[in-house]
Design a protein around this ligand. Structure first.
Ligand code: FAD
Length: 450
């Protein structure tokens, strides 16, 4: 039986990133993957969705350009070609990961990993052993028990990115981040999108003011959003609600994800309080010594960069490095709508509950020179800080490039800078980031343009 220092199960961002770090630390590493290198994120998640969103963003840019006087003629969509480009984006990135695994001398096993004995991993007829095991098996779409769903064809995000034709109409069950992003990706191409959400609102994980802007945009794009829906049944071509029927030619079920825990069964690992995720300590070690678990398999943010950050902590712990626990308030969360939403840290309520003397400053993009020049004035920057030390507790940005801009405020917090440092920084002009400086200055009652 081949022996390794570290055996990683799952080659998504929670698996391949720590596998490479472990190799950099001098470990002999194996990684096992049952489907494709890159996991959900690269193959059917973060990356293909962003490639599709870029297409719809370009369509809207062209429409905007036309209204400004740049004439392009009639716009037409070659959907198969767009999907081919999406495939190329995915292949470039998964090929890159494959190359990195090779370059770091990581042994790759293709197949379903089973753990028969504590540190022995079976792949088909073969067995390998690890001094430490890292479980990064991720998650799969959760399918709610809706009457009739098992009798019709529907997509989950696992199959959606293989669409061959542009749907005329698409109904999405679920109103979370993934659903809203895919609605934004499809509607500008010409698909009539309807979102059905059973909860009292869409995007419940996001800031209320951010949600308002996105809802306005959904309306602008003719995307019908039904909240508090009472789904009775699904039939071929229609979703039957208590008070209406919604017809579709494509149905996407995007109602959350469930962790892939099968591999943990034999190990009898302790589960967390929700009884859904594998329980881990600050080092991401499970209830079994030398067995670690990260990413969508454990609680916390179900995000690619969170999975990778957790995996790095796990391998450094295996290496005896006593890594710092992951600070959940420093994990950025992004929604790639147009405009984008990006946030981190505590919201007002959480900050108050934590005992802070909370100050909230909001700067609007309506008066920002770059935003005006770009025609992207919809949005704001909101910073939640503590009055006593002007400590940055959290932030929300809605606007063009919000997912990049959030890094500035986060970098300041990460390096223990306060609103004072943010206020005294010189920002380029014109830049949307000027609104960050203005926001911090507003706290000190020294904003120039607000
Ligand atoms: P995964 O990426 O799911 O990887 C787990 C891997 O383990 C899979 O490849 C699986 O095949 C393999 N595996 C499972 N069991 C076994 C076994 N027994 N043996 C061998 N292999 C096994 N996150 C972001 O941060 N930003 C985004 O923009 C974003 N967009 C998303 C869009 C969509 C449509 C979806 C669905 C998700 C998105 N996410 C995004 C979430 C992100 O994809 C996940 O949080 C991330 O992939 C989790 O990483 P992971 O390594 O834990 O799991």
């Amino acid at each position: 039986m081949k022996e390794f220092d570290v055996v990683v199960i799952g080659a998504g961002p929670g698996g391949y990133v720590p596998a490479i770090r472990a190799a950099q630390l001098g470990k002999k590493v194996a990684i096992v993957e049952r489907k494709k290198i890159g996991g959900t994120c690269l193959n059917v998640g973060c990356i293909p969705s962003k490639a599709l969103l870029r297409h719809s963003e370009m369509v809207e840019e062209i429409q905007k350009a036309n209204s400004w006087g740049i004439k392009t003629g009639e716009l037409s969509i070659d959907f198969p070609k767009l999907m081919k480009r999406k495939d190329q984006v995915v292949q470039t990135l998964t090929g890159g990961v494959q190359h990195l695994l090779k370059r770091n001398n990581i042994t790759f096993f293709q197949g379903e990993a089973l753990i028969s004995d504590a540190l022995v991993v079976s792949i088909g007829d073969g067995k390998i052993k690890g001094k430490d095991i890292l479980l990064a098996t991720g998650s799969t779409p959760f399918i709610p028990p809706i009457k009739g769903l098992d009798k019709i064809n529907y997509h989950t995000t696992d199959s959606f990115f293989d669409l061959k034709e542009l749907p005329k109409s698409m109904t999405i069950i679920g109103g979370g981040v993934i659903s809203i992003e895919l609605a934004f990706a499809m509607a500008p191409l010409g698909t009539k999108v309807t979102i059905i959400e059973v909860a009292p609102d869409i995007l419940l994980t996001e800031d209320l003011d951010a949600r308002k802007i996105i809802k306005k945009q959904l309306q602008k794009k003719n995307i019908q959003t039904i909240i508090k829906a009472k789904i009775q049944e699904v039939q071929k071509g229609k979703v039957i609600l208590a008070d209406q029927e919604i017809s579709f030619d494509t149905l996407l079920v995007a109602t959350g994800r469930k962790p892939n825990i099968e591999v943990t069964k034999e190990l009898n690992l302790k589960m967390d309080a929700s009884n859904k995720f594998v329980a881990v300590n600050d080092d991401y070690e499970t209830s079994k010594k030398h067995v670690y678990a990260v990413g969508d398999l454990v609680g916390g943010y179900q995000l690619a960069h969170a999975a990778s950050a957790e995996g790095l902590i796990a391998v450094h712990a295996m290496n005896g490095d006593h890594p710092q626990p992951l600070d959940q308030t420093k994990i950025p969360r992004c929604v790639y709508t147009h405009p984008e939403i990006a946030s981190f840290g505590l919201n007002e309520e959480q900050a108050k509950n934590a005992g802070y003397d909370v100050k909230i400053t909001t700067s609007n993009l309506a008066g920002n020179a770059k935003a005006i020049a770009m025609g992207e004035t919809e949005g704001f920057i909101k910073i939640i800080s503590d009055h006593q030390y002007e400590e940055i507790l959290g932030a929300v940005i809605v606007g063009a490039n919000a997912t990049e801009l959030i890094g500035e405020i986060l970098a300041m917090k990460h390096s223990e800078g306060t609103m004072n440092e943010l206020a005294s920084m010189v920002h380029a002009h014109p830049a949307i980031s000027e609104a960050i400086g203005e926001n911090a200055n507003a706290l000190l009652k020294q904003a120039i343009h607000m």
